[in-house]
Ligand binder design. Structure first.
Ligand code: GLN
Length: 201
């Protein structure tokens, strides 16, 4: 396949808030492509796996046979960004309860880990996406908590001293929903990663 001039980033559009991710990516100047079938992954340079309900997403992914196609995308060196349920699907281990996951980033996550009162909340956290730390508004919706971070994983953002955004090589994850704030800094960071990988850097 010859490379098109524009960077194309897929957004897994099986369930959840994929439309807002697509809008945030377009604000960063890339072409956002809604992905509903595994074969469509061949046409993208990277992929966002949005929040939603991970158990439902797993059923849909199974029905469409997405797992081998996602492994192929990762094996081809294309970056993947999972937010919330997307992170749960990408993690090495999932707790509360245990469920299948792709294991593409060496973290353990606990689902719905903030308890009833605080199932959904907004907060400010610190991120290091460039040379200087920045404050980011973060929206957590029935969010998981990252309970363990493997040695190859870099923590990129914290809230109350806990990791909420992390990266292992070409896999980026966040427990919060960056598409629900006005800031495009997190999407910009992912687009830069996709652009660098596409250029072979
Ligand atoms: N609680 C959901 C799950 O366990 C994740 C919520 C979200 O993606 N906002 O899958």
């Amino acid at each position: 396949m010859t490379k098109s001039a524009v960077v194309r980033i897929g957004v897994l559009a099986l369930q959840g808030d994929f439309a807002l991710h697509a809008r945030a990516l377009e604000k960063c100047g890339v072409k956002a492509v809604e992905v509903r079938k595994p074969v469509e992954l061949d046409q993208v340079d990277g992929l966002v796996m949005p929040g939603g309900e991970s158990t439902t997403l797993l059923k849909l992914m199974d029905a469409w046979d997405f797992v081998p196609a996602l492994e192929k995308l990762h094996g081809a060196g294309k970056p993947i960004f999972g937010t919330c349920a997307g992170l749960i699907l990408l993690a090495r281990e999932v707790e509360s309860p245990t469920q299948f996951s792709l294991g593409l980033i060496d973290v353990t996550v606990e689902r719905n880990a903030y308890g009833r009162q605080r199932e959904s909340f907004e907060a400010s956290g610190t991120a290091k996406l460039g040379p200087d730390p920045i404050q980011l508004d973060m929206v957590f919706i029935r969010a998981p908590r990252i309970r363990r971070v493997g040695p190859g994983v870099q923590v990129l953002a914290e809230h109350r001293g806990e990791p909420v955004m992390a990266r292992q090589d070409r896999v980026l994850v966040a427990t919060f929903h960056p598409e629900l704030t006005d800031s495009t800094k997190v999407h910009r960071y992912f687009c830069d990663l996709v652009e660098r990988c596409r250029a072979g850097a």
